[in-house]
Design a protein around this ligand. Structure first.
Ligand code: ADP
Length: 395
């Protein structure tokens, strides 16, 4: 009996899922969860497929293990939890595959070197993704590991969607628009093809609205344009990230306000977005429950920016057949979905209030020309599917 592990290792958290294989070799969720608070007060929580808590462990802040030690503990817990099932591979989310990697790859030393070289393009994420691979390799050198890239889904976009209006040499050096959240979009596109093949074959905008947020315009299930660019800072307003900004602001902060590059980075990644505008919280649920005018302003700006970027993407794919909302806000916040759809009424988008309030799979009115759906994303399952496919191909 076999099993695979999916890992999504970030700077302060590790998300994971354990899957056993069914008779046809497909992944069946055994448990999933996360370690949060790495570097401060770590907490490991996991639930089984029925939602029952199967792990809840904390460490005192003064004796908290580091990232690598926590991952070792997690892996040991996973192997133990899986009992008789043998882990045959580990799949990882790797944020950057650069221009070279258009599909998941089995990890070997040469690939690790190539991915290390991409770390300057994603300094906040890539090193953590790669150190997780190295930790597992040290523990279990024989265990196949698969790197699944967040950029890969966007790899084949038209050239025009990848270029900044900068000197050519910079584009050639890799300063270009890559796009992220690719595992989420790939999962959503695959689900859509199962539940609504006609819509999946058309022009669809997927809205991944979570702490990180972006949009992806797809034609026939392939990415044509997306709001994130060179980094995951671009595009929509997010929980703590600014999204697109006049680059003159960045210059001003450094040359006139005297902020160092590290301070600007901290400001744009960690102190902006919903948190910065509200001054209260990065969490949309908390803001929705607040009566403070600043919370309202932050929500208004989030919805307005998403609507405006959506309108741009409609042009990128030459019209619109459907919208898919996904991730924490997209799946759970009817108000944000309604505001975005109402803002696109001119384009023929409509929302059925009751269906939306109930988070139904289809939230557009019956017979609407543009179908609006809610599709829960599952990046960990996408990683598991890629991992199993590569293991089978190499068998
Ligand atoms: P991440 O990008 O960290 O994976 P999520 O996809 O979990 O983030 O999204 C987090 C956001 O979704 C937060 O703003 C949170 O308030 C919101 N959210 C999550 N669950 C709900 C819910 N049940 N109701 C309303 N908002 C929710």
């Amino acid at each position: 009996m076999k099993a695979v592990v999916s890992l999504n290792s970030g700077s302060s958290s590790i998300k994971f899922a354990l899957y056993t294989l069914d008779a046809r070799g497909g992944p069946v969720l055994a448990a999933g969860g996360k370690i949060e608070g790495i570097g401060t007060a770590p907490r490991l929580t996991a639930r089984d497929a029925a939602g029952v808590v199967v792990a809840d462990r904390t460490w005192p802040a003064d004796a908290a293990p580091d990232h690598g030690a926590l991952l070792e503990t997690l892996f040991a817990w996973g192997v133990d939890h899986l009992g008789d099932h043998e882990v045959i591979a580990v799949g990882h989310r790797v944020v950057h595959g650069g221009t070279a990697f258009a599909a998941p790859r089995r990890v070997d030393p040469a690939l690790l070197d190539a991915l290390d070289a991409l770390s300057p393009l994603a300094p906040l994420h890539q090193p953590h993704n790669l150190s997780a691979i190295r930790t597992i390799a040290a523990l279990r050198p024989d265990l196949p590991q698969i790197a699944c890239f967040d950029t890969a889904f966007h790899h084949d976009r038209p050239e025009v969607a990848t270029r900044f209006a900068l000197p050519r040499a910079l584009h050639d050096e890799g300063i270009r628009r890559y796009g992220f959240h690719g595992l989420s979009y790939e999962y959503v596109a695959a689900r859509l093809a199962q539940v609504d093949p006609a819509m999946a074959a058309g022009r669809v905008i997927a809205a991944h609205l979570g702490n990180g947020a972006s949009l992806c315009a797809m034609r026939a299930g392939r990415s044509v344009d997306t709001t994130m660019g060179f980094t995951a800072l671009d595009g929509l307003m997010m929980g703590t990230r600014s999204g697109s900004l006049d680059p003159g602001v960045v210059l001003h902060l450094q040359t006139r306000c005297g902020l160092s590059p590290a301070e600007v980075e901290d400001l744009l990644y960690k102190r902006s977005g919903l948190l910065g505008v509200s001054g209260l919280s990065s969490d949309m649920r908390a803001l929705s429950q607040s009566s403070a005018p600043e919370a309202r302003e932050a929500i208004d700006l989030f919805a307005w920016r998403a609507t405006r970027e959506m309108a741009g993407l409609i042009a990128s794919i030459g019209g619109l057949d459907g919208i898919v909302f996904t991730a924490g806000i997209g799946e759970n916040n009817a108000d944000i979905r309604a505001r975005i759809c109402q803002g696109l009424a001119w384009a023929g988008v409509a929302v059925d209030e009751t269906a939306n309030a109930r988070h139904r799979p289809i939230i557009s009115p019956p017979g609407a020309g543009i179908t609006v759906r809610v599709v829960p994303t599952d990046e960990e399952r996408m990683i598991a599917l890629h991992t199993l496919r590569l293991i089978e191909e190499n068998a």
